[in-house]
Design a protein around this ligand. Structure first.
Ligand code: RI2
Length: 321
């Protein structure tokens, strides 16, 4: 490892996030924090007497992790949490502060998801059927908490093209004892009349209350509103996007066309453009509530919580000074 070359664990984590072996905003955030702890351990032996080199290597590792998926704000928020707590005059003190911050961050995330689950569960009544989109551990925490409260809940699970992460949701709900009906995405409107709630996760939440989540969420939200079905987003506060407080927009990740179409089909169709945006934005007027570990919020009021948690904007502690 040279001054700015990231530790092997950081490169592996970055690769796993980019290829979506590690995915879901909360899981990405934990993995990034843990990779920084590993970086700190390796950098402490590589730069034992050189605090500035240690700090530079932590910033470089953070940049490598940050570049993997642009939309999931939990990733830069995790890096921010750990780097802002990196302090000390010696490399040993710096190492310890990073490892402690990383561990505290992961513990906090776990606790936040449990607290959020209880809040979301309060919105669900015994006998309710919930429609889900994609796979969100925050959304699942709400259903699992409702089941733990003794409520009987059923689910209509959208498969969620192109990567069919709905299959993961179906499996996890089935394991929790929830009866599941799996449907293709285009069947969602037909089944909206049979459900009591739509429940989705989020990759980022903007200051205006816009919810950035897996592609297809916004269409589902518009249809849910038209059918009179309440829709909520389950999102830990780690998903709040502080840069949107100062007018920045959230970049929507475009992924490979190979997730949409295989090589044979591509060849057979011939020369057409294929696009694969991973996320879309649901305007706040189509979302009934954002459920966080700090309670539920109407989307339009989320900016108040954002200012409380992040002040007026976001620092970039991974940038070179
Ligand atoms: P948790 C996923 O994105 C989905 O869009 C999901 O709603 C969101 O992350 C949040 O997931 P991707 O990483 O953090 O699969 O709630 O592209 O688990």
């Amino acid at each position: 490892m040279t001054d700015t070359e990231p530790a092997a664990a950081v490169r592996e984590t970055a690769d796993s996030i980019a290829t979506m072996e590690v995915r879901g905003a909360a899981t990405i955030a934990s993995a990034a924090a843990e990779a920084l702890a590993e970086q700190a351990r390796e950098a402490a032996s590589a730069h034992a007497d050189d605090p500035p080199a240690f700090r530079a290597s932590m910033r470089a590792a953070s940049r490598t992790l940050r570049e993997t998926r642009p939309t999931a704000v939990s990733l830069p928020n995790a890096l921010r949490y750990v780097l802002q707590r990196m302090e000390g005059d010696s490399v040993e003190a710096l190492r310890r502060s990073v490892v402690d911050a990383s561990e505290a961050f992961v513990r906090q995330l776990d606790r936040a998801q449990e607290d959020l689950g209880r809040v979301g569960a309060n919105r669900l009544a015994d006998g309710d059927t919930v429609m889900t989109h994609c796979h969100s551990t925050d959304a699942l925490a709400c259903i699992e908490a409702a089941v733990e409260q003794g409520k009987s809940i059923s689910a209509v699970v959208k498969e969620t093209r192109p990567r069919q992460q709905g299959h993961l949701t179906a499996e996890q709900l089935r394991d929790a004892g929830v009866p599941v009906t799996l449907i293709v995405d285009s069947a969602a409107r037909r089944y909206l009349d049979e459900v009591d709630h739509v429940l989705v996760g989020a990759d980022s939440i903007a200051a205006d209350g816009g919810v950035i989540n897996k592609i297809g969420t916004s269409g589902l939200a518009v249809n849910a509103r038209e059918r009179g079905v309440p829709i909520m987003t389950a999102a830990q506060t780690i998903k709040l996007h502080p840069e949107t407080l100062t007018g920045h927009t959230v970049e929507i990740e475009m992924r490979s066309e190979s997730e949409v179409i295989d090589a044979d089909a591509r060849e057979a169709i011939g020369e057409v453009a294929v696009e694969n945006p991973a996320f879309d934005v649901t305007p706040p007027r189509y979302m009934d509530a954002i459920v966080t570990e700090q309670g539920q919020f109407p989307p339009e009021s989320i900016v108040t919580l954002m200012r409380e948690l992040f002040g007026e904007g976001a620092e970039k502690p991974w940038a070179e000074p």
